[in-house]
Design a protein around this ligand. Sequence first.
Ligand code: NDP
Length: 295
Amino acid sequence: MKISFLGLGAIGTPMAAHLARAHELTVWNRTTERARVFSEQHSARLAETPRDAAGGAEIVITCLPTSREVESVLEGPDGMETALARGTLLVDCTSGDPASSRRIAARLDTRGVGFIDAPVSGGTDGAVAAALTVMVGGEAPDVERAMPILALFGKRIEHLGPVGAGHATKAINNALLAVNIAAVGEGAAALARAGVNLEKAFAVLNASSGRSFVSEKLVPERVLTGLWPRTFRLALLEKDVGIACAMLDELNVDGPLIELARELFRQARLELGESADYLEIIKLIEQQAGVELRT
Ligand code: NDP
């Protein structure tokens, strides 16, 4: 199949690599050098513009920071919109926002182009291992058509409802992740200050009812070890919690916890900058508490 992939970032690159092994792949990236290196390593065609990537493709995949960038690669003289042939399917793997996705889908529908939202979870390791969870929103025939492609990088692929349902679920997942990271960081800082052995404390927490993916995996492997790998930008998680807040607002659901997590991550983004990793918010908790969470 002729597939085009736009957005060779931290997670897009390993996802696209799986596609290159199975299909005729074209890639486009804002910074051309990244796309050039990818195209050489994976024998993919290098597109000069989003429009060039769209021409001749049966399925186009976007994996960009937000829905704003997805709209921007559709628009303008170099944009994809007018080059997408009738019957093409746009699969948006960006963690985007449901309202924008519905707008994009309606716009493409007038041109006979399908759209599904298919954001992913599982991190860069999950992408390399082709073990991502894919949260899909869209019309059933479009979702069915995309399934074999999504299966090249996804292990659990769930069709959650109409367009926007994938992005809605992803935003709520990441809001829960953000609440958890802040809570585990605060709790661990208190235990460190209380002189509790952190290795033993985490072993106990992880055998008890307070455990979570953050306490079982992320903090022990990345914080307590002092490794702090950069895999997912804090700025992107803050964006996701913002999408969740907008959803709650629109749906008239009070969300003081999620709102507070948004504010904490917004402040952290300002302090730590655009390239900081999402777990680095725990560095701010460490600083405030005057402790280092290490075993
Ligand atoms: P990165 O920041 O690593 O990469 C972003 C990509 O988008 C790059 O290819 C970048 O191009 C491109 N881009 C940025 N701005 C623009 C623009 N204005 N126009 C066109 N292209 C642009 O992000 P990730 O790969 O980490 O994330 C991509 C999406 O996947 C996000 O929505 C994120 O929330 C989500 N996600 C990420 C996960 C992770 O573990 N990293 C996990 C799950 C979801 P350039 O090379 O020029 O900078």
